[in-house]
Design a protein around this ligand. Structure first.
Ligand code: DAH
Length: 343
């Protein structure tokens, strides 16, 4: 562990002194540090040699290092741009520009913004986390140790050269990253893309989007969870929609529930969308498990909280009458331009 720390420090010093004079040198910097055989990749590979009890700390260190190098690259890029300008290699601003067609917002973005803005009005702050994640933040810290059967439901894609890193299966990793910061109370809403090793079909895809919510403070109860989600449902689906909670199981919450809303297509009568049940499942939720709080250095005897997670594609499909999830990622403008209306 100490060896790894020293190595990272030495690399940071080295990267800190690098400078580039032109685009070629900038590209050399990128290849050396961020390329597929670059130093960042190489050092990430050391994760597998780290003892299990140090994995969490090592994961953080490696992540910070990556961010550091990426920032350095961004800075160098900005400087190289200026240097280019000074050398007289600027574009001729007097030339007429190309006509850029104005696009429209993606339906997933529209739905995400709508969900997020409801929680923002309740004082939830937006944050994001990495899509390429370590095992600890995606599983371990969420009370899903290695070989836990619940991992079966969330098979994902691993990085071949370094299986310690994977594509996150849910946005719940952001809960961990926000709690680790140690600033309490927390009231956060975390949208993002997630991945699963699933066969692509009209109803499921190997990547999709979720929004995660987290509320941690003293004396937070299940009643707070319910009221918050009731408010969300009314804002999102209207005042007449009914809500029900079904007991469920997630390793990172206890108790856990799934929340259904009465089918807003048939009004609860029963149709193909709600599979004749009159209810549509919207999200998973629960009280944050004490083990999860402890894993993030939060005292479960003092603090409690609730969390929830919901998909974005499904509500968007229901809202816009989209019958194939693959349409979202095919980049067909004929499909995409239909969703210009603000929702
Ligand atoms: N992460 C879960 C999933 O992807 C959803 C979820 C359930 C998130 C319960 C939560 C929660 O925060 O409390 O299936």
């Amino acid at each position: 562990m100490e060896q790894l720390q020293n190595k990272i420090e030495a690399y940071k010093l080295e990267a800190g002194t690098e400078n580039v004079a032109d685009a070629k040198a900038l590209e050399d910097f990128r290849i050396k540090w961020l390329g597929t055989k670059g130093i960042v990749k190489e050092i990430m590979g050391e994760m597998k040699n780290v003892a299990p009890e140090n994995k969490k700390q090592a994961g953080q260190l490696l992540n910070e290092f990556k961010v550091f190098i990426e920032q350095k690259y961004t800075d160098l890029k900005a400087n190289a741009g200026e240097a280019g300008d000074q050398a007289g290699q600027t574009i001729d601003l007097s030339l007429p520009g190309d006509d850029l067609p104005i696009g429209s917002r993606h339906p997933v973005t529209l739905m995400r913004n709508r969900i997020v803005s409801i929680f923002q009005r309740l004082g939830f702050a937006v944050a994001e986390g990495p899509e390429i994640e370590d095992d600890w933040h995606n599983f371990g810290a969420l009370n899903l140790p290695e070989h836990h059967p619940a991992r079966d439901m969330q098979d994902t894609f691993y990085i071949q050269q370094n299986p310690a890193f994977l594509l996150r299966t849910h946005t719940s990793n952001v809960q961990i990253r926000e709690m680790e910061k140690g600033v309490l109370p927390i009231r956060g809403i975390y949208p993002g893309r997630v991945y699963r090793n699933e066969t692509v079909s009209a109803r499921s895809h190997c990547f999709f989007h979720q929004v995660e919510g987290l509320y941690i403070d003293e004396n937070v109860s299940f009643a707070d969870l319910k009221q918050t989600l009731y408010f969300f449902v009314k804002e999102m689906y209207g005042k007449d929609v009914k809500v029900r909670f079904r007991p469920s199981y997630f390793p990172f919450t206890e108790p856990s529930a799934e929340m259904d809303v009465s089918c807003f297509i048939c009004g609860g009568e029963g149709c193909s969308v709600c599979k004749k049940t009159g209810w549509v499942e919207i999200l998973g939720c629960g009280m944050v498990h004490p083990n999860v709080l402890s894993n993030c250095g939060i005292d479960p005897n003092k603090y409690s909280g609730f969390a929830f997670g919901m998909g974005i594609e499904r509500p968007a499909m229901l809202k816009y009458g989209i019958n194939d999830i693959r349409l979202f990622s095919e980049n067909d403008v004929r499909f995409l331009k239909q969703f210009t209306s603000a929702i």
